[in-house]
Design a binder for this molecule. Structure first.
Ligand code: MN
Length: 226
């Protein structure tokens, strides 16, 4: 039991690190009652229109993402109960792993999006100078090429999953809610159908084309530099 918790500790710490200060205080005061709290969305549900519709953002954030938070809490509380069997420990650890993964991926995804530039936001605006710009140019020749590579990776990902860009500017994909380990991830693109189905139905290719109008490259750049 102790070993299991030690194994999970790095992940638990990551979520605690991204939690707000008030959540941390609440966590300390309330012990294990509700260690994870749904992160705040930095914009309104309609901010990503017309590329990602308000209804999709609302459901994706307030229902899908909230469920990962609730399930992570449920698993963590369960793991702290006395007298669990190995099988119960395994199931709860798996639940914790999957759902903390879900929280981390979605937090990065939503933070990497912003209102499109034609509506006064920074969405879709590529950097034109600086270390990040130079590094992208060196590795991918241009932001257009990087975009095409991310799109291609998203289309190649079979079933539900993610496309990630890392600090070394490599691209990987993962199934389900697998948070990438051993790399610093600076951009996450959700290719689960729930991320686009209402507006794009089965057309993942159209979603992957349009999401680039709302990518917040300023935020991605800030993670690249951190
Ligand atoms: Mn999702």
């Amino acid at each position: 039991m102790l070993e299991l918790l030690q194994l999970l500790q790095p992940k638990v710490e990551m979520v605690q690190e991204v939690a707000t200060k008030s959540t941390k205080n609440q966590y300390q005061e309330n012990q294990m009652q509700e260690p994870y709290k749904l992160f705040e969305l930095n914009y309104g549900y309609d901010a990503l229109e017309p590329y990602i519709d308000a209804k999709t953002v609302e459901l994706h954030y307030s229902k899908h993402t909230k469920t990962y938070v609730d399930k992570a809490n449920e698993a963590l509380i369960g793991l702290n109960k006395q007298g669990l069997s190995e099988a119960q420990c395994y199931e709860l650890s798996k639940q914790l792993d999957d759902n903390v993964g879900g929280v981390l991926t979605h937090q990065l995804y939503f933070n990497c999006l912003a209102k499109p530039k034609e509506n006064g936001g920074v969405g879709g605006v590529y950097p034109t100078q600086g270390a990040f710009y130079e590094a992208v140019k060196m590795r991918w020749t241009s932001f257009e090429n990087l975009k095409e590579a991310l799109k291609k990776a998203g289309l190649a990902r079979f079933g539900s999953g993610w496309v990630f860009l890392h600090q070394d500017l490599s691209i990987t994909t993962a199934p389900n809610q697998e948070w990438p380990r051993g790399k610093k991830t600076i951009l996450a693109i959700d290719v689960w159908e729930h991320a686009y189905y209402l507006k794009y139905q089965n057309r993942r290719v159209d979603y992957l084309e349009n999401i680039f109008y709302v990518i917040n490259w300023n935020y991605v750049e800030s993670l690249f530099k951190s």
